[in-house]
Design a protein around this ligand. Structure first.
Ligand SMILES: *Cc1c(COP(=O)(O)O)cnc(C)c1O
Length: 452
């Protein structure tokens, strides 16, 4: 094996030059070399959106091994809200690395884990007494939320929604709606998972939140029965399913029904959490108080950490030893989470998410006025999407979506798509991106639409 000679090490973080700069085609020769090694060494099922070899990132850019600097409109899927290599995170993680790296919290505990739990209990919606348990990934936290709800209610069924995404482990695949690529051939799936219709204002004929909730509740009552139902799990704004914002009143009606029927209401805020939508959590926009809230992605500045936070009586129902994991709540990830939360607070990033949202919504609505292929512009804060359609029929246009994404990638913009029908372009920039970069990135998307 020959080693690719390493490019000069670049320091990431906000001091990295904040510019879109293309010095080779994308992917350049060094990136292509890595992709060839990847194809030979990495399982083909581990795909990638943009075939570059990353060497540094920070602020609003990602730099590759060929010296290209790309605008980051994805944040590694809503993870690096505080930016890559955020200074407080780097400092806290470095200090933690130098004191100890691992003991396993369930063997010998440490303060960082407890401090993260205290912080989450304080920040999540509702002023009831709460408890938190930490895990490694979003999917692992979702699995644990369901375990806890079942243990507490002594019931088994779980209801998830159309277009839902909850992860790639066995239970979470079952909860996830979309077949390809997430489920096909990977069954059998866990039993006692049922699906209810969602409020999808652009595609459900404009049902009100109350009407859509009545429809979902009817399905739940007829096909499952509250007496069998442990939990309802829902993303307050669906992520992978297409950035679908339910009609006002949909979520609150579900919460109310769950409360009346001894069903645990679980909000999966893995993608919507931590300042992303212009609030700490998206549940706040609807004024709902979930019984249990699942968080991950934006929690720790890129280090793997997830959490389940909920009503004390629910969370405390599982016996000691029933929850945990070797690496769950790693001291390094906890140090990163505390520094990340401090960064959202100290740097006004919730407010910044709202500003980013108004730039995105304003410019995308202007594009939409002139281009009927943009069927819908939606989202909250720095979680915004456009749904691309055939203007004549309203049918989803995945080919156009892919063409725009390809154009953006070739022109130095990391742009993500999503949606059950593959026809949604989503914007999830780091909250540390400048207006200049954001607007430049949007202009590339506009050119991509014009060229397609
Ligand atoms: C990404 C995501 C998950 C899964 O998180 P992983 O860390 O990838 O396991 C679960 N729920 C939602 C809403 C997500 O966006």
């Amino acid at each position: 094996m020959t080693l690719v000679d390493t490019p000069a090490t670049l320091t990431g973080g906000p001091s990295l030059a904040q510019e879109r700069r293309l010095v080779t085609a994308i992917p350049g020769p060094r990136s292509q070399e890595l992709m060839a090694r990847k194809a030979a060494a990495v399982a083909a099922g581990v795909g990638h959106t943009l075939p570059i070899s990353v060497v540094a990132a920070g602020g609003g850019v990602i730099v590759d091994a060929d010296g290209n600097s790309l605008i980051d409109l994805g944040s590694g899927i809503a993870v690096t809200g505080v930016g890559n290599s955020a200074p407080r995170v780097v400092e806290a993680v470095t200090a933690q690395l130098n004191s100890f790296t691992h003991t396993c919290f369930t063997v010998s505990p440490y303060e960082g884990y407890v401090a993260v739990a205290e912080k989450l209990n304080e920040l999540t919606p509702g002023d009831h007494v709460k408890r938190t348990a930490l895990f490694n990934s979003g999917a692992e936290a979702v699995e644990n939320a369901v375990k806890i709800a079942r243990h507490f209610t002594k019931k088994q069924a779980v209801v998830a929604f159309d277009h839902a995404y909850h992860g790639r482990t066995n239970l979470t695949m079952g909860l996830t709606a979309k077949n390809i690529p997430y489920k096909s051939g990977f069954g059998p799936f866990a039993s006692e998972v049922y699906r209810a219709p969602l409020s999808y204002p652009f595609r459900d004929g404009g049902l009100s939140g109350a009407e859509a909730a009545a429809k979902a509740i009817s399905v739940i009552e007829k096909q499952v029965g509250a007496e069998n139902l442990a939990a309802i799990i829902i993303e307050p704004i669906q992520g992978e399913g297409g950035f679908i914002v339910p009609a006002q009143g949909f979520l609150s009606a579900l919460v109310e029904w769950a409360r009346e029927n001894d069903v645990v209401f679980i909000a999966d805020e893995v993608q919507t959490g931590f300042a992303r939508t212009g609030a700490w959590f998206a549940s706040e926009h609807e004024g709902i108080v979930p019984d249990v809230i699942v968080t991950a992605k934006g929690i720790a500045g890129g280090l793997p950490l997830s959490a389940v936070t909920g009503r004390a009586e629910i969370m405390d129902s599982a016996m000691a030893g029933g929850l945990g994991g070797t690496y769950a709540g790693s001291p390094i990830a906890c140090a990163a989470a505390l520094a990340t939360i401090e960064t959202y607070e100290q740097d006004g990033l919730i407010e910044r998410a709202r500003e980013i949202g108004s730039v995105l919504i304003g410019r995308l609505n202007a594009l939409r006025t002139a281009d009927p292929r943009i069927g819908d512009v939606r989202g909250r804060g720095a979680m915004v999407a456009i749904e691309l359609v055939d203007p004549a029929t309203g049918a989803p246009d995945a080919a156009l979506t892919n063409a725009v994404a390809k154009y953006a990638h070739a022109n130095g913009v990391v742009l993500l798509t999503c949606g059950t029908y593959g026809n949604v372009i989503r914007f999830l920039p780091p909250l540390t991106i400048s207006d200049e970069l954001l607007i430049d990135g949007l202009s590339v998307v506009a050119e991509g639409l014009k060229n397609a």
